[in-house]
Design a protein around this ligand. Sequence first.
Ligand code: CA
Ligand code: CA
Length: 255
Amino acid sequence: MDWMSFFLMVTLTIVHGDIITDFMSRNSVYDDKSTFSTNIMSTLKFRSSRQCASYCTRVSDCKSILFNSETRFCQLLLVQLDSVSDTGTQNTIGWMYYFRKTDTQTTKDLTTTSLMAITTPFDCNLWHNFNGHWYKWDNTERDFLSAQAFCSSLTPTSYVTEVTSQAENDWLVTLTADHCGAPNEYWLNGFDLDDSGSFVWLESEEATNYTNWYTGNPSDFYEGCVVISTAYYGVWNDIQCTSSRPVVCERDDGD
Ligand SMILES: [Ca+2]
Ligand SMILES: [Ca+2]
């Protein structure tokens, strides 16, 4: 490395470090640590830890971040990690932990920069990552077949959400009700193929092993499609496929 490159690298490191430390502090104790899924606000993709940190400082509920410099994933956390919220190590390595300074600590910074004057709320029009899958909320009410067509028409292509765990079910409530302020009944991709009352996921073609049926459901009566009520604890109801509901589309990581 020649001196010019070295000088440039040092300069970039210093500038990079300064922007981070204005708002976020580094704590390597929680590098590569994981936490409860309910503590993860969302997972986004940014080019640098600086962009990840910057996004966090503009979202009021974001308390800390884990940024992976290899995959570029940026996890926004609703808590600062401590012995209670730390649930062990991540499946992958390369995660660096930063926590957001308290308001008192940043008051001085606020007056000296315009960055904090920008307030960017959670953007419901973007894809958001949860547990390795991407989700996109859409508030337009369509019948089930149109909702399916809508998801598959997106770029990248996707499918109506298939819920395979309690954590994913909770995430749909968080996304639609908490973040997007639109608690409602949303289509799921389950379908009662043979009118037997047992549902399969149309994308994975697997049986609905995890379910969260509301009492008395599936109730059938020509109700071959499924909705999740994010206004009511994420319970499921089978309804007629010709009803109109909004949708959350899902796609796999890397798609
Ligand atoms: Ca899923
Ligand atoms: Ca029903």
